[in-house]
Design a protein around this ligand. Structure first.
Ligand code: C2E
Ligand code: CA
Ligand code: CA
Length: 279
């Protein structure tokens, strides 16, 4: 029994080490890609931005970020991965701007380890400079729970990031046990409602009441509210009714490769031009 447990632990350690070595190699071999998922303005229906989401497509297929981001965080790979995603996202965005697409805000997720790295603001500054990305078009998403680990330090770092001109979003809001009044202390611009709220919107009246109140309060505090994980027309209808600013979810598009996102954008813009011309 005892020996089996030791063997199991040894096996787990060696498979983890193998996966870490694979990710390290994958990063240099171009196996990590940045996918995009659109954010849509709920009032007018136009695309206003997108979230950059990392994808690792290895020899055995696609591995979920929920699996490889924690792995990168526990090794020394998160800085390299984080910089790569930031750089790619800025480069793609500037490419689309140069092709004549309208200005869209690109949101990039930051992990707890990136936030703890004192050289992060300098690094973002140099990525903005190298790629020619306008800072105001870059939004940095940080999980509410991560912000709450050491609020005073978070405020300092966020202020530095904001002084570059970037916007800050509190991600997965509603899961980190912080109050809206506390959030007001953080220099954030956007509040992203956690998917769990959206899931229960149509079925649970209490969730509907809570979400409506959160949206109103957040807007009173001057924050923009984004709902994510929206899959159903019914949910979209309710979110529009409560005047939630932006909507993101499979309803519009799953996260897709840069090429597919460009094609999606192109067709969406053509449709809205036709609709405008018709009347
Ligand atoms: P997140 O930041 O909360 O990202 C939203 C997740 O919800 C994404 O999962 C997205 O694909 C998924 N999603 C979007 N719309 C829908 C929908 O309508 N229904 C459902 N069921 N899901 C939807 P994904 O891409 O698997 O990413 C998972 C998490 O991994 C992200 O959660 C984020 O925390 C982390 N992550 C992804 N890319 C990066 C990255 O580049 N850096 C860091 N630090 N974290 C990342
Ligand atoms: Ca996010
Ligand atoms: Ca989220």
């Amino acid at each position: 029994m005892g020996l089996n447990l030791v063997e199991e632990i040894q096996r787990a350690i060696s498979s983890r080490a193998q996966m870490e070595a694979d990710l390290r190699r994958g990063l240099t071999n171009g196996e990590v890609h940045v996918f995009y998922q659109p954010k849509v303005n709920s009032l007018m229906g136009q695309v206003v931005g997108m979230e950059a989401l990392a994808r690792w497509i290895g020899a055995d297929g696609m591995i979920s970020p929920d699996e490889f981001i924690p792995l990168a965080e526990e090794s020394d790979l998160i800085d390299e991965l984080g910089s790569y995603v930031l750089h790619q996202a800025c480069e793609h965005s500037v490419g689309w701007l140069r092709k004549g697409f309208p200005e869209l805000q690109t949101a990039v997720n930051l992990s707890v380890m990136q936030l703890a790295n004192p050289s992060l603001p300098k690094e973002i500054e140099s990525i903005l400079h190298e790629t020619g990305m306008p800072a105001r078009l870059l939004c940095l998403e940080i999980t509410e729970g991560v912000m709450m680990i050491d609020p005073d330090v978070t405020i300092e770092v966020l202020n530095e990031l904001k002084s570059l001109g970037c916007e800050i979003a509190a991600d997965d809001f509603g899961t980190g046990y912080s109050s809206l009044s506390y959030l007001q202390k953080f220099p954030i611009d956007i509040l992203k409602l956690d998917q769990s709220f959206v899931r229960n919107l149509t079925t649970d009246r209490e969730t509907f009441i809570i979400v409506s109140a959160v949206v109103r309060l957040a807007q009173t505090l001057g924050l923009k509210v984004v709902a994510e994980g929206v899959e159903e027309r019914e949910d979209e209808k309710l979110l529009k009714k409560m005047a939630c600013d932006e909507i993101q979810g499979y309803l519009y598009s799953r996260p897709v490769s840069a090429d597919d996102f460009e094609a999606w954008l192109q067709s969406r813009l053509s449709v809205s031009r036709v609709l405008k011309a018709v009347g």
